[in-house]
Design a binder for this molecule. Structure first.
Ligand code: 0CM
Ligand code: SF4
Length: 333
């Protein structure tokens, strides 16, 4: 009796050592999970359409999927019919937006991440105590607009370490700093170092503003990026935390790093001479998009991915109280 062992597969030279490293943690954070579920449950409970001010999270696949279920994404409150239901995005809104919604008699559900809300509280407290607040963040980002809107007369935006050179305040000015939740930790610390050097009276926020998810994903991408020939970051172009992962990977020593929305954006030329490919995803990225990337890598001759775990995450946020109340009243809690 003979056993058919099949035709041996000859791997091209170098293919045997090929490896894929997969960052852990990656993908959805607690705030994104909560915000996406909020829109889904609002659609189930109130029926379509449910309006959402701005992208609920910065991921075009998430937005498209929710649109297919009946969510309508708008830029401003004035686009929403009087009396309709609106969800505020995970990035938060300023008090002015709350006022505009009330004026239009909208039913509001606030999906602002609790870790962004915490920064809003800090802004109000520092402003009430008479501080000028140096808000480190990116101009035009929704989160920065929301936080700045809590105390517009007290806030000065600082975008980069180099911006510190241009700052001047009258003697005796009380100064504090806050930040967007999704920045590069290293770059922000450099900005703060320069601020403190120039303004020794600078007061720190009571706790980190850059959130646990942003920090954990940056630590993980440093670990998988330091020896990588190529780091692929899944995430949308307007996702601050995703874009930061490309920068952090390159700073950690990755030879190349690219951001893609999904596997279809990966280019064959990226694989030339590449042995190790590392993969991660931003906090607003559904895991099926990462699975699509791993599938493409397998097709290109890169074998099963090995997870590299640098932290465990177990945080879960409860849904917005106004939604929980309505779910309970409808017997759907
Ligand atoms: O702030 P960023 O642009 O990274 O937003 P995102 O929706 O990609 O990620 C989650 C958040 C928040 C707040
Ligand atoms: Fe909240 Fe951080 Fe997620 Fe933003 S990235 S939604 S701040 S947990």
């Amino acid at each position: 009796m003979s056993i058919d062992l099949g035709t041996p597969t000859l791997l091209p030279p170098g293919e045997a050592e090929r490896a894929v490293l997969l960052a852990a943690p990656r993908g959805y954070c607690a705030g994104v999970d909560r915000a996406v579920i909020t829109v889904e449950k609002a659609l189930d409970l109130y029926g379509a359409p449910v309006y959402v001010r701005k992208q609920i999270v910065h991921n075009k696949h998430v937005v498209r999927t929710l649109e297919e279920r009946g969510a309508i994404f708008v830029e401003e409150i004035e686009e929403i019919p009087e009396g309709a239901t609106v969800v505020f995005s995970a990035h938060g809104v300023s008090p002015m937006v709350h006022a505009e919604a009330a004026e239009r008699s909208l039913k509001t559900i606030d999906a602002t991440c609790p870790l962004v809300t915490k920064v809003h509280h800090e802004a109000r407290r520092f402003a009430n105590d008479g501080y000028r607040i140096l808000l480190i963040g990116h101009e035009g980002h929704e989160e920065v607009e929301g936080t700045a809107g809590e105390a517009p007369d007290h806030i000065t935006l600082v975008e980069t370490p180099a911006d510190v050179d241009d700052l001047e305040f009258p003697e005796g000015t009380k100064l504090s700093w806050l930040s967007q939740t999704t920045l590069s930790v290293d770059e922000t610390m450099e900005t703060v170092r320069r601020l403190r050097e120039k303004f020794p009276q600078l007061e720190d926020p009571p706790s980190d503003d850059i959130c646990y998810a942003t920090q954990n994903r940056q630590v993980a991408v440093k670990e998988i990026g330091k020896d990588a020939d190529l780091v692929i970051v899944v995430g949308s172009a307007n996702s601050s935390n995703s874009v930061r992962l490309v920068e952090v990977a390159l700073e950690a020593g990755a030879k190349a790093s690219y951001r893609v929305d999904d596997a279809s954006e990966i280019e064959d030329a990226w694989f030339e001479g590449v042995t190790t490919v590392s993969v991660t995803s931003g906090a607003s990225v559904p895991e099926d998009l990462v699975e699509g990337v791993l599938g493409l890598l397998a097709d290109r001759g890169y074998p099963d991915a090995r997870a590299v775990q640098t932290a465990e995450e177990s945080l879960i946020f409860s849904l917005p109280p106004e939604l929980r109340r309505d779910l309970k009243a409808a017997g759907k809690a």
